[in-house]
Design a protein around this ligand. Structure first.
Ligand code: 13P
Length: 251
C-alpha cells in the first residue's frame, strides 16, 4: 500500500516571530508542488505568526504539546481551545523531551491524545526507547507498551487523525541515527501492534514517521524502507536549505 509521506519540523525551543516568518518565507517556494505532507511546529509564541505566513500554501501548522485540561488552574499551560483559536492543525504529543524533562507518563499522554482528538486535531504521537532500554534488548517491548498505553480508548476511526513518530531517544540531537534497518524493524513492530489492537487495514494505513538526527544525507536511505513514512525532524528543520532537502529527498 502506498502511504503519503509526511515530514514535520519540530522547532523545539527555537523561533522568535521574526525568525519564524523568515524561515517560512524561505521554505514556501521550495515546498510548492510537493507531493508530500509538510508541517512545521514552532513554539506557542510564534504559532499565530506562522499561521499567517503559511496562509494559502500547503504547509500545516503544529503545536509541540497541549495541556491535558480544557481549562483550570495550570499555570504556564496552553489549552486545546487556545490552539484551535490560532488555527493549529496538528498537536505533537508524548515527545521524549516532555517525558524526560516534564515527567510525562504514558497515561498523561493518553489523556492529552483523547482530548486533542475530541477537539478535532490531528496528532503526531511520539514514542521510542532510551539507550539503556535498547542495550538491554528491550526496544520492541518498550515501544509496544508505549503504543498500547497511548492508544487506550481510541477507536479505529480516531487512527485516521493519528501519525506515530518513532524517535529512539538515543538518536535525538546526538547525530546518531538508527540504521534504516533497525528503524524499519521497530516501525514494523508498531504496525503489527496496530494490527493486533485494530485491523490490518488500519495498520497498513497509519503513517509512521522516523525521528532522530534525520539529515539531508541520510533521509533517502531511511525513506527507502518499507515501513518508514516520513520524518519528524528537529535540528535540520531550523534551516530552510536542510529542511527543504529533506522534504524534497526524491526530487
Ligand atoms: P533531531 O532531528 O535534532 O535529532 O531531533 C529529533 C526530534 O526530537 C524531533 O522531534
Amino acid at each position: 500500500m502506498t502511504r503519503q509521506k509526511f515530514f514535520a519540523g519540530n522547532w523545539k525551543l527555537w523561533g522568535t516571530q521574526a525568525e519564524a516568518k523568515a524561515l517560512i518565507a524561505a521554505l514556501a517556494t521550495g515546498i510548492q508542488g510537493s507531493k508530500h505532507r509538510i508541517l512545521v511546529a514552532p513554539p506557542y509564541t510564534a504559532l499565530a505568526a506562522v499561521k499567517q505566513a503559511v496562509k494559502g500554501g500547503p504547509i500545516l501548522v503544529g503545536a509541540q504539546d497541549c495541556s491535558a485540561l480544557e481549562s483550570g488552574a495550570r499555570t504556564g499551560e496552553i489549552s486545546v481551545g487556545m490552539l484551535k483559536e490560532l488555527g493549529v492543525d496538528v498537536i505533537i504529543l508524548g515527545h521524549s523531551e516532555r517525558r524526560q524533562f516534564h515527567n510525562e507518563t504514558d497515561k498523561l499522554v493518553n489523556d492529552k491524545l483523547k482530548l486533542a482528538l475530541k477537539h478535532g486535531f490531528e496528532v503526531i504521537y511520539c514514542n521510542g526507547e532510551t539507550l539503556a532500554e535498547r542495550e538491554a534488548g528491550k526496544a520492541s517491548e518498550v515501544v509496544i507498551r508505549q503504543t498500547k498505553e497511548a492508544l487506550a480508548g481510541l477507536s479505529e476511526a480516531d487512527l485516521g487523525r493519528l501519525t506515530i513518530a518513532y524517535e529512539p531517544v538515543w538518536a535525538i540531537g546526538t547525530g546518531k541515527t538508527a540504521t534504516p534497518k533497525d528503524a524499519n524493524d521497530i516501525h514494523q513492530v508498531i504496525r503489527k501492534t496496530i494490527a493486533e489492537l485494530y485491523t490490518k487495514k488500519a495498520a497498513d494505513a497509519i503513517i509512521i514517521q522516523y525521528g532522530g538526527s534525520v539529515k539531508p544525507d541520510n533521509v533517502k536511505e531511511l525513506m527507502a524502507m518499507s515501513d518508514i513514512d516520513g520524518a519528524l525532524v528537529g535540528g535540520a528543520s531550523l534551516k530552510a536549505d536542510s529542511f527543504l532537502a529533506i522534504c524534497t529527498f526524491d526530487k
